[in-house]
Design a protein. Structure first.
Length: 355
C-alpha cells in the first residue's frame, strides 16, 4: 500500500462489549447513531445484541458485530460467573487482533471485576490484564477529560499498601512512560507534568511524612536533569486548582482516589481511560457496568464515543505522524485551566483535543 493510501485508510478499531449483564451492549448499540472516521468492529454475542436492541428499540444490524458466543444466556442486571470466560475472550480476541495488525486499536466497555473473580479467575482490571498478556512489565493508567490528563503512580491497591509501593524505581518508571506516551500517542512536543505529593501538604517539610523528601523529590530532580519538564511534589489539595493547572499537560497522582475523584467530578460520563506503556493502543470508558441501568435505555454512550475518538486519533498519528510540530503547551503567557464541563470535555491545553 502506498504511503498516501496508508494515510487515507480508515483505521479498524475493535470495541469489546464487556460484561454482558451491564450497559456495555447498550452503549455499543448506540455506535450506529453517528458517522465514524474509522471502521468499528464490536465484539459480542449475536443473540445478546439482538435481544438488547429489541428492548431499546434499536437496530443491531447497523453495527458490525464479530460474534463471540456467551457461555450462558445473560439478563440485564443479573451477573453470572459462567460468563466470565466470555468477557475475557472478548479481550483476548481484540488484543490478538491489535498485535497481528488486524486492528489499529482496541476500546473496552466496562467489565465487572467481582464476578470474574467469583468464577475463580484472578482479575484486578483491564490495565493489569493487558500488561500481563503483552508481557509489558510496567504500564500506567491515565484518565482524561475536562481538560485534564490524570495518571496514577499506583492503581488498584489498598490505601494501606500505597506508601510502600511508591519507590524511586517505580516512580521513575511511571514518569518515563507517561512522558514518552504523551509525546508518542498524544503528540505533545515537550509535556509538562505536575506531580502530587503523597501526604497532606506534600509532607509539610517532613512533618507529615517523608516520602516527598526521600522518594518523590529525588526522582523529580534526576529526571529534570535529563530535560523532562516536571513540577512538584505539589500538595494534592491545590494541584487541581486553575492557577496551578495552567500550562500543564498531565498530572500524576500517587494513588487512585487522589486523582480520579477530581477527574470524575469534572468529567463523569465524558472522560476516558488510556493505558500507557502498552505496545498497542487501548482506550476505555471511565465508568463501570451500571447493572441497574442495563436494558433501560438510560445509559449514556458519551464516554464510549470519546474513547473511540481518542483511539482513532492515536491510530492515525501512528500511521501518519503530523507534518507540522506536535501539539503542546502554549508558550506565550499563562493559560487559565478550563472550567469543568465547559466546551469540549476532552479539550487539550494546547488547543488540539485530548489527543
Amino acid at each position: 500500500m502506498s504511503s498516501t493510501a496508508s494515510k487515507n485508510a480508515k483505521p479498524v478499531i475493535a470495541v469489546t462489549s464487556g460484561e454482558p449483564s451491564g450497559i456495555g451492549p447498550d452503549i455499543c448499540l448506540h455506535l450506529a447513531k453517528r458517522e465514524w472516521n474509522a471502521r468499528l468492529v464490536v465484539l459480542g454475542d449475536r443473540e445478546l445484541f439482538a435481544t438488547r436492541a429489541a428492548s431499546l428499540g434499536l437496530d443491531p444490524g447497523l453495527i458490525e458485530l464479530h460474534h463471540v458466543p456467551l457461555r450462558q444466556p445473560s439478563l440485564p442486571g443479573k451477573l453470572d460467573p459462567a460468563n466470565a470466560a466470555y468477557v475475557l475472550e472478548l479481550l483476548d480476541l481484540a488484543l490478538a487482533g491489535c498485535r497481528s495488525g488486524d486492528y489499529a486499536a482496541m476500546v473496552t466497555a466496562p467489565v465487572h471485576k467481582g464476578v470474574i473473580n467469583d468464577a475463580g479467575i484472578a482479575f484486578t482490571g483491564h490495565t493489569e490484564y493487558l500488561a500481563e498478556h503483552t508481557g509489558t512489565p510496567r504500564v500506567v493508567m491515565m484518565l482524561a477529560g475536562a481538560g485534564l490528563r490524570v495518571a496514577l503512580a499506583t492503581t488498584h491497591l489498598a490505601l494501606a499498601e500505597v506508601p510502600a509501593a511508591i519507590t524511586r524505581h517505580e516512580l521513575d518508571t511511571t514518569l518515563r512512560i507517561l512522558h514518552a506516551d504523551l509525546s508518542a500517542k498524544f503528540g505533545i512536543a515537550r509535556p509538562r507534568i505536575l506531580v502530587a505529593g503523597l501526604n497532606p501538604h506534600a509532607g509539610e517539610g517532613g512533618h507529615m511524612g517523608r516520602e516527598e523528601i526521600e522518594v518523590i523529590a529525588p526522582v523529580l530532580d534526576a529526571l529534570r536533569a535529563e530535560g523532562i519538564d516536571l513540577v512538584g511534589p505539589l500538595p494534592a489539595d491545590t494541584l487541581f486548582t486553575r492557577n496551578v493547572l495552567a500550562g500543564s499537560d498531565a498530572q500524576l497522582a500517587m494513588y487512585h482516589d487522589q486523582g480520579l475523584a477530581v477527574l470524575k467530578y469534572a468529567a463523569f460520563d465524558e472522560g476516558i481511560n488510556v493505558t500507557l506503556g502498552l505496545p498497542i493502543i487501548r482506550t476505555s470508558v471511565d465508568h463501570g457496568t451500571a447493572l441497574d441501568l442495563a436494558g433501560s435505555g438510560k445509559a449514556s454512550p458519551t464516554s464510549l464515543f470519546a474513547a473511540i475518538d481518542a483511539a482513532i486519533d492515536m491510530a492515525r498519528r501512528r500511521i501518519a505522524p503530523p507534518a507540522g510540530p506536535p501539539q503542546g503547551r502554549r508558550r506565550h503567557g499563562p493559560e487559565a485551566a478550563q472550567p469543568p464541563n465547559q466546551g469540549n470535555p476532552l479539550s487539550a491545553r494546547g488547543g488540539g483535543g485530548v489527543i
